[in-house]
Write a protein that binds this ligand. Sequence first.
Ligand SMILES: N[C@@H](CCC(=O)N[C@@H](CS)C(=O)NCC(=O)O)C(=O)O
Length: 214
Amino acid sequence: MRLYTYFRSSAAYRVRIGLALKGLDYESVPVHLVRDGGGQFKPDFLAVNPQGLLPALLTDEGAVLTQSLAILEYLEEICPPPAAALLPADPLSRARVRALAQIVACDIHPINNQSVGKYLRGELGADEAAVGAWMRHWMARGFTAMEKLVDSQSDYCVGSHPTLADICLVPQMFNARRFGLDLAPFPRLVAIDETCQALPAFQAAAPASQPDAE
Ligand SMILES: N[C@@H](CCC(=O)N[C@@H](CS)C(=O)NCC(=O)O)C(=O)O
């Protein structure tokens, strides 16, 4: 498999964690999201993903998959338990895991991604302080809900193993630190992040471990 990725892309980071938890080998194809106007807008990448977003996964069969949550569910389906389960077995826990993952992937990340920042700075004339405040506002709102919704006694968001919820949370925590969000109000999320970061799969997927890390 081939993963189109960028070390700092949190959506690609999710897929890197999923691939590592499943023990699947892949080749990294770095696409620089900033340099030269952004590799995501170049014709060779748009031919891979017409949406011009990372990640994209080229499967062993030659199919291109896009959207991190769809890719992660694909990995779960081609590599089901006993390989690391990205979703719990029972329907209620699965729904909780998907809801937590979607707080990050649907409600925080889309209004905080690079193109939104670029629009705020360019079209709306926002300065760096205003852009930072925007990013932190939406992260804090989502994290406030997540802090209440994760298990109160577990090491992970739901249950005793990392799931899609943790896979979405950890890269978002990376973004939160990058934008200087005060994490003191989110002690559960900080503890879950720390537990996950100690696992080899999360370490292998971390931005600093990527071949294109700067
Ligand atoms: N919903 C998409 C989000 C993808 C996305 O926004 N990717 C970002 C990197 S984290 C990107 O490629 N941004 C480039 C841009 O905004 O121009 C997913 O989960 O895969």
